[in-house]
Design a protein around this ligand. Structure first.
Ligand code: NI
Length: 215
């Protein structure tokens, strides 16, 4: 077992579709070691999801684990560790919603992405069993972000507004500096508080900062 290096945006592996995992290898020593390493790596990097291409392995395997977080984080639901092999996603409703997303392969940055919020996920378990589950809301976004890694897609590809993408810290602080410098009138204290809370953005920056949504 080992923590593997998570490769970063710019590495070509992150941009090519991964190959289906050969099901005859499920349960092999090699498979077990890969899954075990993915789990260790996920924990070591403090993420909630990891796709095999992120550790430079071009196979369609994803692990997701969302710890039980405080209710102040709202929509984040507890999701026990699970391995998703050769997964597919089907959107089952028109509703979309956006979240500030982060990614272990794009460290320190965040961007606002809208995605379908009701999906069906079909996948194979490590035991070779076909499973089908529904995911809604934030969890639906996590699945889509993660499975995009299997297609060579990174969340910055999906931004509606390039202004809603940047370094987590800079996104907030630069807004304050800009407003202070160019404001036509002095900023009121509550306005500065609003900027710190990310309210200067149409979608706020609070959610991601709090959720540590690194997937
Ligand atoms: Ni990611």
């Amino acid at each position: 077992m080992a923590v593997r290096e998570v490769i970063r945006m710019g590495h070509p592996r992150l941009r090519v579709p991964a190959a289906p995992y050969p099901t005859e290898h499920l349960g092999s020593a090699e498979f077990n070691e890969l899954v075990s390493d993915m789990r260790e790596t996920l924990h070591a990097y403090g993420g909630i999801g990891l796709a095999a291409p992120q550790i430079d392995v071009g196979l369609r395997i994803v692990v997701i684990e969302i710890e039980n977080t405080s209710t102040r984080y709202g929509e984040i639901e507890h999701t026990p560790f699970e391995v998703y092999i050769n997964p597919t996603i089907t959107s089952i409703a028109d509703e979309t919603a956006g979240y500030w997303e982060g990614c272990l392969s794009v460290p320190g940055m965040m961007g606002y992405v809208e995605r379908p919020q009701h999906i069906l996920v079909d996948y194979l378990t490590p035991g070779g069993v076909d499973k089908s589950i529904e995911a809604h809301g934030f969890l639906a976004t996590v699945f889509q972000h993660e499975f995009d890694h299997l297609e060579g897609i990174l969340y910055p590809d999906l931004l509606d507004d390039p202004l809603e993408f940047g370094y987590c810290v800079k996104l907030v602080r630069t807004q304050i500096a800009f407003r202070l410098r160019y404001a036509v009138r002095p900023l009121q204290r509550d306005e500065i508080g609003g900027l710190l809370a990310g309210q200067s953005y149409a979608h706020g920056t609070e959610a991601l900062t709090r959720s540590r949504m690194r997937i």
